[in-house]
Ligand binder design. Structure first.
Ligand code: GLC
Ligand code: CA
Length: 557
């Protein structure tokens, strides 16, 4: 029975909302967001209609990589509250029917983690093999560091240890040695711990690096790295049947299928679709749907449990690393021409509304794609109101400014003196005076209210999450049209990527439908088809969500 399955594989029809506790709401006026603040805003999140919160790292950390450098996997950073406050938040979230997943950052630890302190102090330390060491740096390192502005090698010499250690990210983030069974035990223990506290799963950081074995001396002949992921998944499933892994795997489409667990589908259920996201930006920059069509066709099928996670922006740079140099330059020219907006030569450190110069129709177009492309939509906090970035903040952190609640002091985020804020606010056109929750809630035409309607409709339309997808032919290169079919029901979405209005003919691709009903417009208009062809008039950047209707189908509310 469909409804049963929809609820069971819950991530296939979820709306994920990513936030960082320290920039959401500060409850005690010290300038830093905290769990008590977040708990106060659980009703806001439930009202928005999202179904699953993803918490960025909140563990004790020296904060040299915004919490992605952990010193204790079993605790809460005391600046954000206590473990007790975490549990109070969890209870409030569950009460409103929200699921919660948390970041699992186990590719590396902070160099101040007690494991690394012990490991570097002696070759006899029980933790020495928790990390990856060698006497000489590799002459031709097999990989580049992920942050090329800060590091020039993935091997750094440690004086105390008298050896080089591996770090794919910053030198202060030594990589854990995943081939060591003791490390895998620890990771399972961490997963088990947070599951015990009620979380519904994990966003797994940097998965390809986690299972990378270069430098460990163990080869893939001896140990299958995917078997290690399978074991972790199996462990979690034993503990809790519906636990979710959401994987950060930025690889080309052809390499992604194995991370779902191939045809067995027994590894990661949700994978971020980085390649299609990048193709979408190229298509938006060109106002031409073809790059998106090409990527859509390459997208591998998912298994029963698998699903793509969609996103427009996340907390990192908007990476464009899978585009060619010329394509990337086109996106830079369109959405971030200034050098200060670019990062690592591969990405943009901006949010979407400033990239689109505040053009609300175009912003809605991008989010309409997010909600209708096959998969699970993932939002980054502040996207629902159209927040911008602050380019005065270094590097990737420019998009991680405090949430904008009101146009009052510190955007309603904190009562602290402005100089004590964890991070400066956005200024100017996308800052709190112009963009904030309080104003958006009162304005029925706001982006926030559009998002709420779109989210509600998306949840009522599980076909976009579950369905078999296919591309539809149209007579316009600027138009992207696709359909999703599930259990005898079919929905279509049509997007005009160009800025001008146009008439388009869409081949709805068969089926017994005689007409389509609009799922988003105010009166739910119904339009009949001519021999399986649909004639539509679309505004510049216009979009339509439609349900194919047969004679015998129940109408959509
Ligand atoms: C992931 C995170 C990023 C972090 C890095 C190292 O890429 O998204 O924010 O810096 O891993 O943990
Ligand atoms: Ca605080």
């Amino acid at each position: 029975m469909s409804t049963g399955r929809t609820a069971d594989l819950w991530w296939k029809n979820a709306i994920v909302y990513c936030l960082d506790v320290e920039t959401f709401l500060d409850s005690n006026g010290d300038g830093i967001g905290d769990f008590n603040g977040l708990t106060e805003r659980v009703d806001y999140l439930a009202g928005l209609g999202v179904t699953c919160l993803w918490l960025m790292p909140f563990f004790p950390s020296p904060n040299r990589d915004d919490g992605y450098d952990v010193t204790d996997f079993y605790g809460v950073d005391e600046r954000l509250g206590s473990l007790g406050d975490f549990v109070v938040f969890m209870r409030a979230a569950k009460d409103r029917g929200l699921r919660v997943i948390v970041d699992m950052v186990v590719n590396h630890t902070s160099d101040r983690h007690p494991w690394f302190r012990s490991a570097r102090s002696s070759r006899k330390s029980p933790y020495r093999d928790y990390y990856v060491w060698r006497d000489e740096p590799a002459e031709q390192p097999d990989a580049e560091p992920v942050f090329p502005d800060a590091e020039n090698s993935i091997w750094s010499y440690d004086e105390r240890a008298g050896q080089y250690y591996l770090h794919h990210f910053y030198a202060h983030q030594p990589d854990l040695n995943f081939v060591n069974p003791a490390v895998r035990e620890e990771i399972a223990k961490i997963a088990g711990y947070w599951l015990e506290l009620g979380v519904d799963g994990f966003r797994v950081d940097a998965v390809p690096f986690l299972i990378e074995m270069g430098g460990t001396g163990v080869t893939e002949m001896d140990l299958d790295p995917h078997a290690m992921l399978r074991d972790l998944k199996a462990f979690m499933t034993r503990r809790r049947g519906d636990a979710l892994l959401l994987g950060e795997v930025n690889l080309p489409h052809k390499d992604l299928k194995t991370f779902f667990g191939g045809s067995r589908g027994d590894e990661i259920q949700l994978l971020f679709d980085f390649p299609l996201m990048q193709a979408m930006y190229l298509a938006l920059a060109r106002r031409d749907a073809r790059p998106l069509r090409t990527s859509f066709k390459r997208m591998p099928d998912v298994t029963d449990e698998g699903q793509w996670a969609r996103f427009v922006r996340n907390h990192d740079e908007l990476t464009l690393d899978k585009l060619t140099d010329a394509q990337r330059q086109e996106v830079f020219d369109a959405f971030g021409p200034d050098g200060s907006m670019q990062l690592y030569g591969r990405g943009l450190r901006r949010r979407l509304p400033p990239m689109f110069d505040g053009d609300e129709a175009r912003i809605r177009l991008a989010y309409s794609l997010l909600f209708t492309l096959p998969g699970t939509p993932t939002l980054f906090y502040g996207e629902e109101i159209g927040m911008g970035e602050n380019l005065d903040i270094d590097g990737r952190v420019s998009v991680r400014t405090p949430m904008q609640w009101t146009d009052g002091r510190n955007a309603g985020f904190s009562t602290a003196r402005p100089s004590r804020l964890r991070r400066p606010l956005v200024e100017g056109r996308f800052g709190p005076l112009a963009v904030n929750v309080a104003a958006a809630e009162r304005d029925s035409d706001s982006l926030l209210n559009w998002m709420e309607r779109a989210i509600r409709r998306r949840r009522e339309t599980p076909e976009f999450g579950w369905g078999e997808w296919s591309l539809l032919d149209t007579d316009h290169n600027a138009v992207f049209a696709h359909r999703c079919e599930w259990e005898g029901r079919t929905v279509l979405a049509v997007h005009n990527l160009s800025d001008g209005p146009l008439e388009v003919e869409v081949d709805v691709g068969g089926g017994d439908g005689a007409s389509v009903q609009d799922l988003l417009d105010a009166d739910g208009s119904v339009q009949s088809l001519e021999r399986g062809m649909l004639q539509l008039t679309l505004e510049g950047y216009g979009h339509r969500w439609l349900r194919l209707q047969g004679e015998d189908q129940r109408p959509t509310p």
